[in-house]
Design a protein around this ligand. Structure first.
Ligand SMILES: Cc1ncc(COP(=O)(O)O)c(C=O)c1O
Length: 400
């Protein structure tokens, strides 16, 4: 089956592009010594985990379900376990025991959470099963455009500010974690790390030594630092060399293990949403294409962020002869994907291909209006597309 034949709507993961991203990330790991984790919140198509696990060091989870998924599905090619990290603003009491069984790194969002769950994690820590970290708030905003994605915005609940940190790391804490980037190049990461290094210096190991690979840090119990996600490492213009140098600097200056946990970068531009034009409605403005997909249901970030997704063979409105508004068959007036122009007039039955649809799409979609969920497919090769998941009425009903 090829892209022109698969039933629509369908998300299609492009295995070749996924591999290309993974090769870049594997190279960063190799050259810098960093460990890169898949942030499953962006992409959880576990059927491709065997491929991803060939390249990356592990996964990170936003809670127990993602942690379980990685535990069950994300294994090295020889079957051995990869790393499994979890961070959540607050963990439920009845989840902590299981998390300590299936995860190797647990990151707490507050000193209260750390202390509250201590009776459970302390035992696992003493048995050498887990390493515990604290998420800090570096208090440096790097993205003015999207406040909902800024964990350092005023009033943020995400991470401990310096003024709320104890003078020493609490017993058992071996890691610091921060996350404050969104779709960014290297410079905002460098600015953030420099601020963390200065503000949180009291928690870092001694710098009088020069650490070689695997050497134990001295003068502090800190063993690792997690630089979070939001790094667009696999974008063509990303300063990969800058990132490699920073990781090497952290490792040789402090002797720390360095983690990066991007989500988007893993599957950036590695997926499509294929849709069909169902109707063309004339309005007092431009004609509207009614598609068998929906921004609200199948690409919620388009409305949440908001952004206009890239579309194959289309341009900005007015650039090409035929301009349309692309919309959906839900009843939500604002369920609009965007305005695009095309070389040729569109007809009912035409197919359109939204690009960059592997990330924050399948993990966020919903069945508002009783909209059917798109199939999920993997494109192994141009003419070899395999549908790995189909959805139906039961998927709508079972959640109600
Ligand atoms: C704590 C944390 N880590 C990693 C990520 C992944 O970020 P991205 O997909 O932008 O790389 C996020 C995204 O929100 C996050 O909140």
């Amino acid at each position: 089956m090829n892209l022109k034949e698969i039933p629509t709507p369908a998300y299609v993961i492009d295995e070749k592009k996924l591999k290309k991203n993974l090769e870049i990330l594997a190279d960063v790991q190799k050259k810098s010594g960093a460990k890169i984790l898949l942030a499953q919140k962006a992409y959880s198509i576990y059927q491709t985990y065997p491929l991803i696990a060939q390249y990356l060091s592990g996964c990170t989870a936003s809670g127990i379900f993602e942690a379980r998924l990685a535990h069950e599905e994300f294994h090295a090619p020889d079957g051995s376990k990869r790393e499994n990290h979890v961070y959540e603003p607050a963990f439920k009491d009845d989840e902590m025991e299981e998390l300590c069984e299936i995860c190797d790194h647990i990151v707490f969002n507050s000193i209260k959470q750390l202390q509250h769950h201590k009776p459970v994690w302390k035992k696992a820590y003493e048995e050498g099963k887990i390493s515990v970290g604290l998420r800090i708030n570096p208090e440096i905003s790097t993205d003015d455009a999207h406040e909902i994605y800024d964990p350092c915005a005023s009033g943020s609940r995400l991470g401990i500010r310096l003024c709320d940190m104890p003078s020493r790391l609490p017993n058992g804490v071996e890691g610091l974690h921060f996350h404050n980037l969104c779709e960014q190049d290297f410079k905002p990461l460098l600015d953030t790390f420099k601020k963390v290094e200065k503000d949180f210096a009291a928690y870092f190991p001694d710098t009088e030594f020069s650490y070689s690979e695997g050497e134990e840090p001295k003068g502090s119990q800190l063993r690792w630092i997690n630089l979070g996600g939001g790094h667009h490492i696999t974008r063509d213009d990303y300063d990969v060399e800058g990132l490699i140098d920073l990781v090497k600097y952290i490792k040789s200056t402090y002797g720390l293990e360095v983690y990066l946990e991007p989500g988007e970068a893993i599957a950036l531009y590695a997926g499509y949403l294929v849709t069909t034009v169902m109707d063309i409605v004339e309005t007092d403005r431009k004609p509207v294409l009614i598609l068998d997909t929906s921004a609200a249901c199948h690409m919620p970030d388009v409305i949440e962020m908001p952004y206009v997704p890239p579309l194959k063979d289309a341009d900005n409105p007015g650039e090409l002869p035929y301009t349309y508004r692309l919309s959906s068959r839900t009843c939500l007036a604002g369920d609009v994907i965007g305005d695009y122009s095309f070389e040729n007039e569109k007809k009912i039955g035409d197919r359109l291909y939204f690009e960059d649809m592997a990330i924050y799409s399948m993990v966020k979609n919903n069945t508002f209006n009783g909209m059917p969920l798109p199939d999920i497919a993997v494109m192994h090769d141009r003419n070899d597309i395999e549908i790995i998941r189909k959805f139906g009425y039961e998927d709508f009903k079972m959640r109600l």
